[in-house]
Design a protein around this ligand. Structure first.
Ligand SMILES: Cc1cc2nc3c(=O)[nH]c(=O)nc-3n(C[C@H](O)[C@H](O)[C@H](O)COP(=O)(O)O)c2cc1C
Length: 159
């Protein structure tokens, strides 16, 4: 039985890409769970749980936030990893992690990081496309996944 469960929420697919990259770097054969397909998890079956989602207008994916608050007690008994996808970097990204995961989860986490993000225009609805086009001053897809951070995150959990 795999010992690690990676639970994630995504709107445009980037968090899923990052979760899959993380799965490849984890040694014990982690299982992926998309909260849009299955919103409840059998946490008893795993000793390590990774939570991930993306930030939109300063807030993490609602499915992820709801899962974290509904399962906080169970999550606090696990080896825990927390990540978020976003375009912000540095201090801004650290602030998003602090604002979107509870203090209890952050204190319990063995590892917490941001994995970067992407703008994938073909996957956005018209409103998001319009807003992001204005913000990024262009309509070219942007790929900014921090693969080194994903690898380093996995290495902590592999110890
Ligand atoms: C409508 C919209 C709002 C966004 N707001 C933010 C934001 O406030 N801060 C940020 O760092 N990134 C923001 N992003 C970037 C997303 O976090 C990034 O596109 C991420 O890769 C999306 O992940 P997903 O494909 O898993 O949904 C936004 C993207 C969209 C489309």
């Amino acid at each position: 039985m795999a010992k690690t469960l990676i639970i994630y929420a995504t709107k445009y697919g980037t968090t899923e890409t990052c979760a899959t990259l993380l799965q490849k770097h984890l040694q014990d054969g982690a299982v992926l769970q998309n909260l849009a397909q299955q919103s409840k998890a059998d946490l008893d079956a795993y000793d390590t749980v990774v939570l991930g989602g993306a930030v939109y207008a300063g807030r993490a994916n609602g499915r992820l936030r709801r899962f974290c608050s509904a399962n906080e007690q169970a999550l606090l008994s696990k080896r825990l990893g927390l990540f978020l996808c976003m375009m912000e970097e540095g201090d801004g990204a650290v602030k998003q992690l602090e604002q979107n995961y509870s203090q209890a989860l952050r204190e319990k986490a063995l590892v917490m990081d941001y994995f970067g993000g992407e703008f994938l225009f073909s996957k956005m609805g018209w409103l998001a496309r319009k807003i992001i086009k204005m913000m990024s001053k262009g309509d070219e897809d942007v790929h900014n996944i921090r693969e080194d951070a994903i690898k380093a995150f996995a290495e902590v959990l592999n110890r």
